[in-house]
Write a new protein. Structure first.
Length: 283
């Protein structure tokens, strides 16, 4: 079975290990058909806040040209062994939307896909803080359920822009173990969100990184996966690798889980065009 991994970081973002070439070699060793880089958006596009260590979260904008030319160099070297795609994981904020869209537009001939993610939320009275970094946690002050509601509201406006191809780790706030209590309301809101995703023809990740975190499960959880399957929203399986050894992490189990949940549609992206792939055709 030939799978592809589109959520890959590298040392460029300052919190991942390994250079691009090491990731490509790891993907070839794992027998993947494609690897796509999705480095974090340059930190200059992240908010300035005492709760946001920007330089640790994104690549410096001055590395961007290197990112593109290095991917082109690797595409040429490994063209007979693997397809290499160019993407980016973009943090969405309402206030910086125009600037971010201008940035994406500036390099539009480069992108195969853009992952839209939310790692930081803007909470009334607390300002902007990262929901997945324990050093800045505000779950106990705000209340776990309210954090989820604020996060989901921000996801809704991300989806509404229609600027993103893939939604990254849809239930990220659970990463360090904070689960919503009012599950009825939570899944209802998630279902509404997935309707919006369907309308905008976005894809959703089955991101295996959660299995390596305290929560020890993929993003999304099984109930959200069930709704995705019901709505026939296309998925990609991704590792969110932050070191070369994590490329294609747990993909065989991920495929088994998708089969069990009757998720049939995976997808690929080339120059921001989606191509549906039936899971059955891969097996
Ligand atoms: Zn990262
Ligand atoms: Zn992310």
């Amino acid at each position: 079975m030939k799978l592809w991994d589109y959520h890959i970081h590298s040392r460029l973002c300052r919190h991942a290990k390994g250079n691009l070439e090491e990731y490509v070699k790891a993907a070839i060793n794992k027998n993947l058909s494609e690897i796509g880089f999705s480095e974090h958006i340059p930190y200059e596009y992240l908010p300035i806040s005492p709760n946001i260590p920007r330089e640790e979260y994104g690549m410096p904008e001055k590395e961007l040209q290197y990112y593109f030319t290095e991917i082109e160099r690797l595409q040429a070297i490994f063209k007979d062994e693997i397809v290499i795609k160019t993407g980016m994981e973009v943090d969405y904020f309402e206030w910086s939307e125009n600037e971010v869209i201008k940035f994406l537009e500036q390099y539009r001939d480069k992108w195969d896909y853009i992952i839209g993610s939310i790692h930081m939320i803007d909470s009334p009275n607390f300002g902007i803080w990262p929901v997945d970094d324990n050093r800045y946690s505000k779950y106990s002050e705000i209340g776990v359920d309210d954090v989820y509601y604020q996060y989901i509201e921000q996801l809704a406006s991300l989806i509404e822009t229609g600027e993103y191809d893939i939604l990254g780790h849809i239930d990220l706030p659970k990463k360090n173990g904070n689960r919503p209590q009012n599950t009825k309301r939570y899944y209802l809101l998630m279902e509404n969100l997935l309707d919006k995703i369907k309308t905008k023809e976005m894809a959703v990740e089955l991101n295996t990184a959660g299995a390596r975190k305290p929560i020890e499960e993929y993003y999304p959880d099984k109930e959200i996966l069930r709704i995705i399957s019901e709505k026939k929203i296309p998925m990609i399986i991704s590792s969110d690798a932050h070191s070369p050894m994590e490329v294609g992490y747990d993909f065989n189990n991920a495929v088994a889980l998708l089969e069990k949940n009757d998720v049939t549609n995976l997808c690929k992206f080339t120059k921001r065009k989606k191509e549906l792939v039936k899971l059955n055709d891969l097996i």
